[in-house]
Write a protein that binds this ligand. Structure first.
Ligand code: ARG
Length: 457
């Protein structure tokens, strides 16, 4: 098969080299973006006087035929033609002869591939954004259902203080909102058209790049042709943000896995989202969550893989850059399926409120005891020490904080009065945190309202 670049060569390409260098087996995912770019390029060439109107129309018509064949799966991809760009161009030449040979005027695969990738990513990131939004809405719905319940918040995986269950879900909503902001932010940088940069130096023909950008819905143009063809930071940034989303999903997955254990029993996962054991009949395993957690590994790996490829690459384009695609596709697919999985799990989650409440008393209220003394005029450090001694005392006696009497409390400080028992309740403890961003019911309700407005609910 004759290659579009075969003019300079006297020997056939070695079979190994064909296999080793090909990218069409994976970059054909960019086929529709490649055609989109081809059509915009044809129009730009016509505007520049390189193609006549008839020529442009014929080329566009055939490109549209190819698009249909690619969508229906009829198009035949050939490894000998290396990549998605040359496969499409070669088929166009096959069908239109010399006219097809005009398509690649004033263009290089270097500006072409960067353009395809940006077109592809712009679309795909919108899909990630809409999944992130669905996840946040699911979290807000859960928050609305759980505002009346308290649970222990943990620090160091030790029970720390009671919080409204809704407060926990809103924390994750906040985290995934920041992820969405990161995507919008990188999207702005990504939204620049490389086409017209050629191989590295720009092109010889008077292409109206602003016109091409409008045709392809790019907001701006890349401002330097070397930069445009050499950089893949927009992919590195994407891989970073996807890795971060993976990290967030893994933490949420981990919490739910722990909460779903018999020991915690805070939540119950729906049967249809769990799998069984082939040997232990009693098992109901949270495999979806475990895989979401586990897939964080490949998301990090993909990021490190591209960063390493990019390190110390001489300016400008080098074939190394072809190694950007598999990590990118893999991270995008991984995040899309993990987000879908997490949404499903959260939608089917049953929360066992009584278990959460049971775990929210006793020593979680010790800090409230210290704050009670502070309100009576005791300095916080002293109050903290007194409350700590009470913990030690109760542990020694094998008693719960709820069981302590006023007489016993008075042994530690004369400031304790009957009213102390009013504060020794998880809900009361939570509701004292009225500070902006705190866990008091009225504050959480306000936060839910803000979240609903921001999500357009
Ligand atoms: N398949 C190549 C890539 O993904 C396309 C660009 C090739 N350019 C070149 N001059 N060999 O990077």
């Amino acid at each position: 098969m004759e290659k579009p670049w075969s003019g300079r060569f006297k020997e056939e390409t070695d079979k190994f080299v064909e296999e080793f260098t090909e990218s069409v087996s994976f970059d054909r995912r960019l086929a529709l973006e490649d055609i989109e770019g081809d059509i915009a390029h044809v129009k730009t060439l016509q505007k520049a006087g390189v193609l006549t109107r008839e020529e442009a129309e014929k080329l566009i018509k055939e490109l549209e035929n190819l698009r249909k064949e690619i969508i229906s799966g009829k198009f035949e991809w050939k490894k000998e033609l290396e990549d998605v760009h040359m496969n499409i161009e070669a088929e166009l030449i096959n069908r239109l002869g010399n006219l097809g040979r005009k398509l690649h005027t004033a263009r290089s695969r270097n500006d072409q591939v960067a353009t395809d990738e940006k077109l592809f990513l712009k679309k795909k990131l919108r899909e990630v954004q809409s999944l992130l939004k669905r996840l946040r809405v699911t979290l807000v719905n859960l928050a609305e259902k759980t505002v009346d319940f308290v649970m222990p918040a943990y620090t160091h995986l030790q029970r720390a203080q009671p919080v409204r269950v809704a407060h926990y879900f809103l924390a994750y909503r906040e985290i995934f909102l920041k992820d969405a902001e990161r995507i919008s932010d990188l999207y702005r940088r990504l939204d620049e058209l490389p086409l017209g940069s050629g191989a590295v130096a720009g092109v010889d023909f008077p292409l109206d790049r602003f016109f091409t950008a409008r045709e392809l819905n790019f907001n701006r143009l890349t401002k330097n042709s070397i930069y445009a063809t050499a950089e893949r930071d927009f992919i590195a940034e994407t891989l970073f943000v996807l890795a971060l989303i993976g990290q967030h999903l893994s933490r949420l997955a981990e919490d739910l896995i722990i909460w779903n254990t018999e020991e915690f029993g805070f939540v119950d996962l729906p049967d249809k989202l769990c799998t069984g054991s082939s040997i232990m009949p009693q098992k109901k395993n949270p495999d979806v969550l475990e895989l979401i957690r586990g897939k964080t590994g490949r998301l990090y790996g993909n990021l490190v893989s591209l960063l390493t490829t990019l390190k110390a690459l001489p300016m400008a384009y080098n074939r190394d850059l072809q190694e950007d695609k598999e990590p990118l596709f893999d991270s995008l697919d991984t995040i899309v399926s993990s987000l879908e999985g997490m949404i499903k799990v959260l939608e089917g989650l049953s929360i066992r409120e009584h278990r959460l409440k049971e775990a929210s008393g006793n020593f979680l209220l010790i800090t409230d005891l210290a704050n009670y003394l502070v309100e009576k005029g005791v300095p916080f450090r002293t109050a903290h020490h007194i409350a700590g001694s009470i913990v030690a005392y109760l542990i020694e006696k094998g008693k719960l904080l709820e069981e302590i009497t006023l007489e016993e409390l008075k042994q530690f400080s004369e400031h304790f009065e009957e009213d102390v028992f009013k504060i020794l309740k998880p809900e009361v403890s939570a509701d004292r945190k009225k500070v902006y961003g705190g866990t008091a019911k009225e504050e959480v309700l306000r936060q839910i309202e803000v979240a609903k407005t921001e999500e357009g609910l």
